[in-house]
Design a protein around this ligand. Sequence first.
Ligand SMILES: C[S@@+](CC[C@H](N)C(=O)[O-])C[C@H]1O[C@@H](n2cnc3c(N)ncnc32)[C@H](O)[C@@H]1O
Length: 261
Amino acid sequence: MKTLIFIKRYIKYLLVAKNKHSAQSPFLYEFITKVLNGNSDDENCKIIENLRKELCQLNQIIEITDFGAGSHVNNAKKRKVKDVAKNSSKNSKFGKLLYRIVQFYKPQNILELGTSLGISTLYLAKAEEASKVHTFEGCLETIKIAKQNFNNLDAKNITVTSGDFQNTLQKKLKEITTIDLAFIDGNHQEQPTIRYFKECLKYANNDTIFIFDDIHWSKGMQNAWEHIKSDKKTTLTVDLFYLGIVFIKSELSKEHYTIRF
Ligand SMILES: C[S@@+](CC[C@H](N)C(=O)[O-])C[C@H]1O[C@@H](n2cnc3c(N)ncnc32)[C@H](O)[C@@H]1O
């Protein structure tokens, strides 16, 4: 039933989604043409995708600690690494989009809620090695593998904070002091998602970009997305169905776009 509702939402997205010609502002036009429709098949992306292939074959079993909303696909406590890699990690298309966003806007301090095995973290980190990626994860066994991946790919600009976001986010934000990009990809529930947004907003600047994963995953996530769009700080939003991107630049007018990607 959940799957059917999700497919309906996706069809609706396809029907309303627009292309670059609908962009009213030069900022959005640039975002669509240079970032969304850009190309990023470089060596870093190939190495990350090779790592994904390896993880997708790993039969090692890990004990999952889930502080979040769980999965539509697999909620078992013990899972094979290959299943986590297949079901939880952002796919190559969206990983590369994260990579291009970082390459283009060069955020210095990047925050990621939801490391899992570290695939998206590596896309964020490898795009700009001068950036710092602060990633958060609650499952200790998953963190162990993510850290091995960071070492193997020689990603030195990543720090991992372990524990429930509820206990770690506020404290770490105080240390980081300013966030230039926040990728919220853990605990896909309405109230927590809104809370993470509000908490990160306190440390945002005019150029901060927020990226929310799975904004149409459930009714609750759709509500959270609407709440975020209507926040007085939010100006331009871009709905790509699997990701929602939020700009808070005060010089932009408040506009919400659904773009085909
Ligand atoms: C969808 S996965 C992240 C995938 C990763 N960003 C990627 O694309 O490679 C979400 C992760 O968030 C973690 N998580 C969910 N809720 C959490 C919470 N409240 N505190 C800490 N970690 C949480 C889960 O353990 C899971 O590993």
